[in-house]
Ligand binder design. Structure first.
Ligand SMILES: [Zn+2]
Length: 239
């Protein structure tokens, strides 16, 4: 069964409280990749809103310690500011994707401006000498069919998630890890943030510590951590 059918069926039965979480999986706004939930023991860690000094660097230390590769959806304006951090992300074997240039609410923009936001991030990466995977995460998870159409025209696969850790606001490592444990079923794309879209330097220490715990716990339970393209390659869906 395709994940979007699971998402669609659950959406109808869910109350309002469940709507927001399931909406991340919903395919009503256009097709997105959300992993292979409930189907295997792979997990894809994804980090949005970087590069961010110093938390991206601390996170890279944690990932290296566990020998785990993750996927980073970068904001173009921060790539321009700190290409040195991006350099390390790539050098250590992680995957990078497009999270726009300035992190706007894309459904409010014209198709031309959505295109400019995606192309701006791609050029920031290209100008600094980096190649990136053609994967794209919409800021705030906000999208509509027209948004995703532009992304697909540019060759991008939109990537959402099945697990969110609510780590973009003031929280603790305990809470972030607990959110992950409650939602992980296997085959998940896990949403976390190593940066903050408003400014460089946003505190994400809780995310770094929680990542260390989650990786340790789930590795011990026989789970494997993969990148988003790695997860895509291992499934039969047409993405
Ligand atoms: Zn974001």
């Amino acid at each position: 069964m395709l994940p979007y059918i699971i998402g669609g069926a659950a959406l109808g039965a869910a109350g309002f409280a469940g709507y927001h979480s399931l909406a991340w999986r919903s395919q009503l706004y256009g097709e997105t990749f959300i992993g292979t939930p409930g189907r295997d023991k792979r997990l894809a860690l994804t980090y949005d809103d970087g590069p961010n000094d110093p938390h991206t660097l601390h996170l890279l230390d944690v990932l290296a310690k566990h020998e785990v590769k993750a996927t980073f959806f970068l904001i173009g304006k921060f790539v321009q500011e700190r290409p040195d951090i991006v350099q390390r992300v790539i050098a250590e074997g992680h995957v990078i994707g497009n999270h726009t240039t300035t992190h706007p609410r894309l459904p409010l923009l014209s198709a031309a401006n959505v295109r400019a936001e995606l192309e701006g991030c791609a050029s920031a990466l290209r100008d600094a000498g980096f190649t990136h995977e053609k994967i794209f995460r919409p800021p705030f998870g906000l999208r509509r069919p027209a948004t995703l159409r532009v992304a697909r025209e540019l060759g991008y696969t939109p990537v959402m998630w099945t697990v969110t850790c609510w780590d973009w606001k003031k929280t603790t490592a305990d809470r972030v890890a607990q959110h992950a444990r409650r939602q992980i079923t296997g085959g998940d794309v896990i949403l976390m943030h190593d940066g903050g879209f408003k400014e460089m330097g946003a505190d994400r220490a809780h995310t770094v510590i929680a990542s260390d715990r989650i990786i340790g716990e789930y590795k011990q339970r026989g789970f494997e951590f993969v990148t988003v393209p790695g997860m895509m390659a291992g499934q039969s869906q047409n993405f």
